[in-house]
Every structure is written in C-alpha cells, then in structure tokens.
Design a protein around this ligand. Structure first.
Ligand SMILES: [Zn+2]
Length: 201
C-alpha cells in the first residue's frame, strides 16, 4: 500500500503533482524510461487499438538512440515529458549538473512536464525545476519493474489503486516488458469497463 499509493500526508509538498481532479472519472496513463524499439512500439500499438493517449516521460539519450521510435510517439498524438538525459538520480547529483542534464534533454523534448528519475530529487533542485516545469509524480505506481512481483500482483495493484484523477506509472523498458505484456491489456480493459476516460497530462 505504501509504495503503490503513497498516503496523502506524504504528498503535501508545494509544486508536486500526484493526482488530478478527484471529481472527474479521468485517469492519466504515463510511461517512464523509454523510448526503446523492443517495447515502446508494442505499447503504442496497444494504445492505438483502444484509441487511448498517454504521456511518455522519455530519457534524452534513449531518444537520441531511437529517433524513429520517438517519432512514432509524436505521430500517435501522445504527450512527451522530460525524464532527464541520463536517468540521473537527483540525490547523487549536484544541483547544477542535475539541472543541466534536464535542459540537455529538453533541447530534444521541448516539454513543460518533468518527472524525476527514481521519484526523488533534492529540495534545491525541485525549487529550481518548478520555475520552468510542472513536476509530475504519481497516484499509482504499478511496480511493473519488480521482477519478483508476479504479473497478477502488478495487475491487482493497477486495478485496486486506480481512482478518479489517478496518474498511473508504467515503464516502457526491457525489465518490465514481461509484466507489461501480461498486465497492460487487462488493466486497460478494466479501466474502460469502470467508465474511466484516459486523458493526457
Ligand atoms: Zn525512470
């Protein structure tokens, strides 16, 4: 519970977006860490088959390596977010180096959305970043990245914790692909059956 959906009391920091409106049956699907040719096109095809749009928090160096896949995201009408150039951990990076890394990514990504890799950054970094970006965290983290978690458990997390305004995190990465293939179609079906509308951040 604590990991999948961090309690409201811990979210009380200015300038961080964890969840959107509680009053509308809208949810916000996001993917972190791509784009990569092995996974992202599969995700895009699946989203297309349901007519769903999502927000992709891209790693700059992955975009440079996989331009064509990145173009596919854009052509699909999805939204782009900045996830730094090298997936840097803010805790282990000096403020200016961290900010420079984000700007390097944004020379390619041109977005006003930022999600910190690993979900954490220093307070001084946050203060600087929020002057330029909306900092997007999450309401539901599915833990699709955890190889010890069976897909049934990831699906349970994604279905159990989703609610009005949820910003939901999956990853288009190699280590999540096994879970993603088994979980994402069922989870999308579940959300549609509950009447949720998939929206862009
Ligand atoms: Zn990440």
């Amino acid at each position: 519970m604590f990991i999948e959906q961090i309690p409201a009391i811990f979210r009380n920091q200015r300038g961080l977006k964890w969840r959107k409106s509680h009053w509308e049956k809208k949810i916000y699907l996001t993917f972190d860490d791509g784009p990569i040719p092995e996974v992202t096109p599969w995700v895009l095809d699946l989203l297309d088959s349901y007519g769903i749009k999502a927000t992709f928090f891209c790693v700059g160096e992955n975009v440079v390596r996989n331009r064509e896949v990145y173009e596919q995201i854009l052509q699909g009408g999805h939204r782009i977010g900045n996830h730094s150039y090298n997936h840097l951990n803010g805790w282990h990076t000096e403020k200016q180096a961290y900010l420079d890394n984000i700007e390097k990514a944004n020379e390619i990504l041109h977005t006003d959305l930022f999600r910190p890799p690993h979900g954490w950054m220093k307070l001084c970094q946050k203060r600087a970043i929020r002057k330029k970006y909306k900092i997007i965290l999450w309401d539901v983290i599915t833990r699709d990245y955890n190889p010890k978690l069976p897909p049934e458990r990831v699906l349970y997390n994604a279905c159990h914790y989703v609610r009005n305004g949820s910003i939901v995190v999956f990853h288009d990465s190699l280590k999540t692909f096994h879970n993603l293939k088994l979980v994402l179609p069922s989870w999308i079906e579940f959300c549609l059956s509950k009447g949720y509308e998939f929206c862009l951040l």
